[in-house]
Design a protein around this ligand. Sequence first.
Ligand code: NDP
Length: 382
Amino acid sequence: MSKTIAVLGATGSVGSQALDVARARGYKIDFISAGRNSALAERIAREFRPMAVAMADIRAANELKFRLRDTQVKVLAATNGICDGIRESRAETVVNAILGSAGLYPTIATIESGKRLALANKESLVVAGRQVMSLAEKLGAQIIPVDSEHSAIFQSLRAGKPSEIKRLILTASGGPFYGMSRAELEGLTLRETLAHPTWKMGKKITVDSATLMNKGFEIIEAAHLFSVSPDKIDVIIHRESILHSAVEYVDNSMIGEFSLPDMRMCVQYAVDYPDRCESASEPLDLFSLGRMTFAKPDTAAFPLLDMAKRAFFAGGACPAVLNAADEVAVDAFLNEKIRFADIPKVVIGTYEMMGGARFATTLEDILALDKEARKIALSYIK
Ligand code: NDP
């Protein structure tokens, strides 16, 4: 029987690849959401005929209502509209590919509605990992990671028991500036930063890959998803992006997942799990690959990697503050208001100013500190 899914962030990089998987696998899509791009949301709605579409931006929702006035598709608005759409949807799985901390409430709504969460939005776990995971545990909800590294670990964990894990190996391509010193990073341009060597992704995550902030967030994501301390999570630079991550077990066996870099495989695995089905993605040819390389990350030139571990151990709202400062800094960089080398300065500067963030315990407190961090990061930039 054909599966029904909902795709949040359907106009984005992961979202559009989720739509590709739906086309290839014949899934029905009964709900989509987007931010502002009402023209693309209209095209997707006309192709898939979902029950409803939600736009985070209210003006974009009004535009979409007008565009779809000849159809039965319901148009919802704002984060509340996205969460209502999730609750009303008949999908078995919700793919959350929203960008940034805006994905948090939709993650919570998916868990509360008893649907499987196929999670690309790592920020849900960076901002409120403890709250999200304990809610999922309480309600018995399934969270299947879509992030390629976490999908690889999730798959590798089928080879052993949680008590048998020795450490997790999180691979990183190293981004376009691998091997450069701190001084060499000073003069880099936006165009150079957006030229990722192996993955084609949205702009925000491409910049985060270049600063290694993305890998830092992935440490936090893995720590929550798999209940493994960041002390037992090693980051290894692997330029070819073929081994997507691995688990080392107590007997020193290392089990990993190898494939060409293609997010469609991760989306498909999360929707079809526990089954493996034929995929439209290209197979990996080990002979043409020839060899794979591994190296240690340079945490002096790329300090945001270690900042993530620090924020995780500090707890409370510290990871949320780190994420908020990074969202503001990367936005300023994408708008050419700051230079590449300024991103870690803004993030670390903001983080250091918010030492009290570690005492936050509730989601409300965390989100209030997230807002405050954004203000501080903006004033830091000015
Ligand atoms: P994109 O920027 O390409 O797409 C983001 C999507 O989110 C778009 O549909 C956008 O809508 C929507 N969106 C933006 N702001 C909001 C908001 N405030 N409320 C609701 N929806 C919003 O991002 P990516 O696809 O690259 O990344 C999405 C998530 O997946 C991120 O968390 C990222 O870390 C993660 N991820 C991405 C990978 C990749 O290969 N790209 C790999 C692994 C993880 P619109 O376009 O209409 O504004």
